[in-house]
Design a protein. Structure first.
Length: 174
């Protein structure tokens, strides 16, 4: 039969081993956390730098586009990976010059009986109604407002500026 002091010593030794294992795990996790934080920091800095550079390039591109008319059949080419060019909307310029997702947004708004919010547009263009997709679409809507394709009559409610001159005709006007 095992005595009580021997049993306590055995349990104490097992607990001591478990504490040492957890300390080793904690040290390893601390190293992994530090490495992951370093990667995150570098990615944040890179994203901020790229965003700044692309914004400067877009501003320069917009200035040069104001001087050179864009033909309706001509699609602008992006100047960087993942950059979508949205030319300024003007009389006679068809929505066909817009990238696909922007054209989809324009078509949804053309079919709508009135102003729509981003959260109403997202499912209609085939995206999941998640916060990220709604915010991304809201940014695109704001860009279309800035470039003169849409108006925001009330905060967060978007409509087309001109249906016929932008090359988007609702089904009942075709």
């Amino acid at each position: 039969m095992v005595s009580l002091p021997e049993e306590l010593e055995a349990r104490e030794a097992a607990a001591r081993r478990r504490v040492e294992e957890l300390r080793a795990d904690t040290a390893e996790l601390a190293l992994r956390l530090e490495a992951a934080q370093e990667v995150l920091s570098r990615l944040e800095i890179t994203r901020e730098t790229v965003t700044k550079v692309l914004a400067e390039l877009s501003a320069a591109q917009a200035d040069s586009e104001a001087d050179v008319p864009v033909e309706p059949a001509q699609k602008p080419h992006p100047h960087g990976a993942g950059v979508v060019m949205v030319p300024p909307g003007r009389e006679g310029l068809a929505a066909t010059v817009l990238p696909d997702v922007y054209r989809d947004i324009m078509e949804v708004l053309a079919d709508a009986p009135g102003p729509l919010q981003a959260k109403q547009i997202v499912p209609r263009i085939g995206l999941a109604a998640t916060a990220g997709k709604i915010e991304g679409t809201r940014a695109k809507l704001k860009r279309l407002v800035e470039r003169g394709w849409l108006t925001e009559d009330a905060p967060g409610r978007f409509t087309l500026v001109r249906r016929r001159t932008l090359g988007i005709d609702p089904p009942d006007l075709q």
